[in-house]
Design a protein. Structure first.
Length: 191
């Protein structure tokens, strides 16, 4: 009954975007269902380890991240969610002070990467993270977005590409006790 009150389906409405070998696939979640909520919350525990409890998905906040305005992709291995990446058009954050540092605000050409996480035992092996990120980038490129932005710990964004620029450094980001940078990088055209 709780899910009905929140407008959550029993089963997620998904679109399979890519399938690989050994039961790996990437899906776009078009409408979140209660069947995926517990798994998504479990995956978000990886973010909690690094950024604290405010990074955790919960039953009450999950629709903030998985809704009609967001672009949430999940990676599944043998039907179990092992990671997700959530993109959001930058204009969604027009009321946030940090968004006004971006010259592209209002141009509808930028996707903000809200969250990107893969379960620990699937990180740095099997190419799961790389595949999820690649599918996400290809999807937004095909929809004519020109830039990807996001916040990451200071110094991480320089590893993304030589064209990544730091737009603004935030010495403290939502009580995380570490400095963050707001970065922007162009999305390369398909070859």
């Amino acid at each position: 009954m709780e899910q009905l009150a929140l407008g959550i389906l029993e089963k997620s409405k998904i679109k399979v975007i890519a399938e690989g070998l050994n039961g790996f696939r990437i899906e776009l979640i078009e409408k979140i269902g209660s069947d995926d909520i517990a798994q998504l919350i479990e995956v978000s525990d990886e973010l909690v380890k690094k950024f604290g409890e405010s990074a955790k998905l919960t039953k009450s906040n999950i629709t903030k991240y998985f809704n009609k305005d967001t672009i949430p992709f999940v990676a599944r291995q043998n039907n179990k969610i092992i990671g997700y990446i959530i993109g959001v058009p930058l204009e969604y954050f027009r009321k946030e002070a940090w968004a006004h540092y971006d010259v592209n605000l209002g141009l509808q050409n930028t996707i903000y990467t809200y969250a990107f996480v893969v379960k620990g035992n699937f990180q740095k092996r099997g190419g799961y993270s790389k595949s999820l990120k690649r599918v996400y980038l290809n999807w937004v490129r095909k929809r004519n977005y020109k830039f990807i932005t996001g916040h990451t710990e200071l110094g991480i964004a320089k590893n993304f590409s030589s064209n990544t620029e730091t737009v603004k450094i935030f010495p403290e980001w939502y009580n995380s006790k570490v400095s963050f940078e707001y970065y922007r990088r162009p999305i390369k055209k398909e070859k």
